[in-house]
Design a binder for this molecule. Sequence first.
Ligand code: ADP
Ligand code: ADP
Ligand code: ZN
Length: 213
Amino acid sequence: MKIIMLGAPGAGKGTQAKMIADKYAVPHVSTGDIFRANIKEGTELGKEAKKYMDQGLLVPDELTVKILLDRVAKEDCANGYVLDGFPRTIPQAEVLDKALTELGDKIDFAINVDVPDENIVKRMGGRRACLACGATYHIEHIPPKTEGICDRCGQELILRDDDKAETVMNRLQVYHDQTQPLIDFYNAKGVLKEVDGTVDMKEVFNAIVDILG
Ligand code: ADP
Ligand code: ADP
Ligand code: ZN
C-alpha cells in the first residue's frame, strides 16, 4: 500500500503517518525528518537544506527528489510506504508518478488532512519535536509523559526553529502557492481522500482507517 499524506504544515500529517505506519506495517518516510537528521549530523545535504528550511522555503526539487527516490528504492519500501511531506510541488509529484509508472506501480491513496490556517498557527507554537527519533508532541493536546522528554527514546524535546510564528506564516504561504495544487493533481488521478484534521487525533485516525480498510 502506497500512501501520500497531504495537508498544511502542522495539519497532523506526521502524527497520522506514524500511526498508519504502525498499523499497516509500512515505513514512514518523511523528507523533513531526513533533512533534520542530515542537519544534526552536519552533512553537506543538511547544510544546503537548512538555508531554505530556516526561512520557511522549500528545499529545491532537484535535491529533494533524489533523496526521496533513493529512500523508496530501499528494500523496506518494497511492500509500500507512507510519504509524509513529499511531494510538495507539482514537479515532485510528476517525478514520483513517472518513477512509479516505470515500475508498473502507482499511489493508492493521497489523504488530505484538512485544517484551516487559523488552527495551524495556534498548533505550531505548541509542537515539540524529538530530533533523535522523529516523535512529535503538543504541549496541550498531546503532551509527553514527562515535560520536555521524549516518551519513545528519552531524548530532549525542542521547539523547531521553523515553528516560530514568523516562519510559520511563510510556510503557510508557500503551502498555498506550491503544495495545495497537489489536491487537484491527485483528485484527477482518482486517489484523493479528505479527512477533517481539526478533531482529536484518534478520531482523525479512525477516519483514515475507514478509508484504507
Ligand atoms: P511540517 O511537519 O511542518 O509539514 P516538514 O518536517 O515536513 O514540515 O518539513 C520541514 C521543512 O523541510 C519544510 O518547510 C521544507 O523547508 C523542507 N522540506 C520537507 N519536505 C520537502 C519537500 N518535499 N520539498 C521541499 N522541501 C521540503
Ligand atoms: P505535520 O506533520 O502535518 O506538520 P504534526 O503531525 O507534526 O503535523 O502535528 C503538528 C502539531 O499538532 C504537533 O504538535 C502535534 O502533536 C499536534 N497535533 C497533531 N494532530 C493533532 C490533532 N488531531 N489535534 C490537535 N493537535 C494535533
Ligand atoms: Zn524520541
